[in-house]
Write a protein that binds this ligand. Structure first.
Ligand SMILES: Cc1cc2nc3c(=O)[nH]c(=O)nc-3n(C[C@H](O)[C@H](O)[C@H](O)COP(=O)(O)OP(=O)(O)OC[C@H]3O[C@@H](n4cnc5c(N)ncnc54)[C@H](O)[C@@H]3O)c2cc1C
Length: 378
């Protein structure tokens, strides 16, 4: 059996890719090393715009909807802002959410091999031979969606990833939040990152993440202190650490032979300011599927075009996010007191996170004023 396309990784990028390929009538195999449904350390905040990219309903896997952001600085000086969004921010449990997309793809004919780790890949004759611990699978095209820890980009011969390595520790708590429509963020307790407590129907996701080099901090002990605010005993929860590949410049996302693509976090599409990765991973997965469909139909520019699309649609926004990220994490206290307190600023960020607005729409002038303000005050 030679598949049209093999998708490696069953996260949001892999699931979305497989769904869209199967929907176009292609023979797809998803290979995933874990047993599904699998746990993925994540806050689980998802931009509702993704609903527009699928023809099935996501409501069965939306755990909560967030309408209010509440910030603190070292546990004090709270700011609570009601979000003015078309659709509130979704909160999901990743094991349910990711597997749900895979199941929709399976309904359309995509095949799944979980508990199957890819360990090698070779282009032989006119197709890929993908080596797993249980045998070899063949396909004309390959899409690597194996996330921040996967080996595919180096197996496919891509040079070192152009990304900023961040990291996070997350724990699921069964402590129910007092108000389930509030997402909590804390900015003063950790350098170059933030802590969060996101509501879920049966508890919450609490964690700490850093988006710039600051690995000398004791993240577990900071998260433990933060958890006390919510009467959560962090030490007694099961904690999961995970790296994050944050965008740090455009890079080529197709192989020289134009038969394989990188998508999702394997393509480093994660927002360097907020660490939002689900929506850009899904978006890149859908665009990768589109490119393969076009290539199969005879468009010999389709594969190269994918790299361009990601640069134009994601890279241009991520450059703005990277600049803002530098500013926020260099002057966090000033940003906290001067920017986050302004409800319109928070609403702009919420709109960006929810996919209602793009970074490139933040008026250049606003950006200039902010830059001036920060450099003067610093
Ligand atoms: C703690 C934390 C909190 C976060 N919170 C948020 C948030 O609230 N909102 C948000 O938008 N983003 C968040 N992110 C980022 C988001 O989780 C990721 O960007 C997103 O999961 C990337 O999706 P993906 O499909 O590319 O990769 P993944 O979801 O990582 O999936 C990759 C899959 O590939 C599989 N795989 C790896 N290697 C192999 C192999 N050799 N063979 C077969 N399969 C393999 C893995 O098992 C995995 O299932 C967070 C990240 C972290 C670490």
């Amino acid at each position: 059996m030679i598949y049209d396309c093999i998708v490696i990784g069953a996260g949001p990028a892999g699931g979305s890719t497989a769904y869209h390929l199967a929907k176009s009538g292609h023979k797809v195999l998803i290979i995933e090393k874990e047993s599904l449904p699998r746990y993925k350390p994540c806050g689980g905040g998802v931009a509702p715009i993704i609903q527009e990219w699928f023809d099935f309903d996501f409501s069965p896997v939306i755990s909560q909807k967030v309408k209010i952001f509440r910030y603190t600085w070292q546990g004090n000086n709270p700011i609570e802002i009601e979000l003015k969004l078309k659709e509130p921010l979704w909160m999901v449990r990743r094991n349910d959410f990711d597997f749900y997309i895979i199941k929709q793809a399976q309904k359309l004919g995509a095949e799944l091999k979980d508990k199957t780790e890819v360990i090698g890949v070779e282009f032989k004759g006119n197709c890929w031979e993908i080596k797993t611990k249980s045998g070899v699978e063949k396909a004309h095209y390959l899409i690597a969606c194996d996330g921040a820890k996967g080996p595919m980009s180096s197996l496919l011969g891509f040079k070192q990833k152009k990304c900023n390595f961040g990291g996070a520790i997350e724990a699921e708590s069964s402590e129910r939040p007092t108000n389930s429509s509030i997402a909590h963020f804390e900015f003063g307790m950790v350098k170059n990152g933030y802590l969060w407590n996101f509501p879920k129907v049966d508890g919450s996701s609490i964690g700490i993440g850093i988006v710039r080099n600051s690995f000398h901090q004791n993240l577990r002990s900071i998260a433990s202190e933060y958890s006390k605010i919510f009467n959560i005993d962090f030490k007694s929860t099961k904690q999961y650490g995970h790296p994050i590949c944050l965008w740090n410049g455009n890079q080529i996302l197709h192989t020289k032979n134009e038969r394989a693509l990188l998508a999702g976090e394997a393509a480093c599409v994660v927002d360097p300011l907020t660490a939002e990765g689900i929506r850009p991973s899904i978006f890149s997965g859908i665009k990768a599927a589109e490119a393969i469909c076009n290539a199969i139909s005879g468009d010999n520019t389709a594969i190269k075009h994918y790299t361009k699309v990601i640069h134009n649609e994601i890279g241009s926004d991520m450059q703005v996010a990277n600049n803002l990220s530098r500013m926020l994490y260099m002057f966090p206290e000033i940003c906290y007191n001067k920017v986050l307190k302004i409800s319109s600023a928070t609403n702009i960020m919420a709109k960006i996170f929810c996919g209602e607005m793009r970074y490139s729409e933040i008026k250049k002038e606003t950006f200039k004023i902010l830059t001036k303000m920060f450099t003067k005050t610093a």
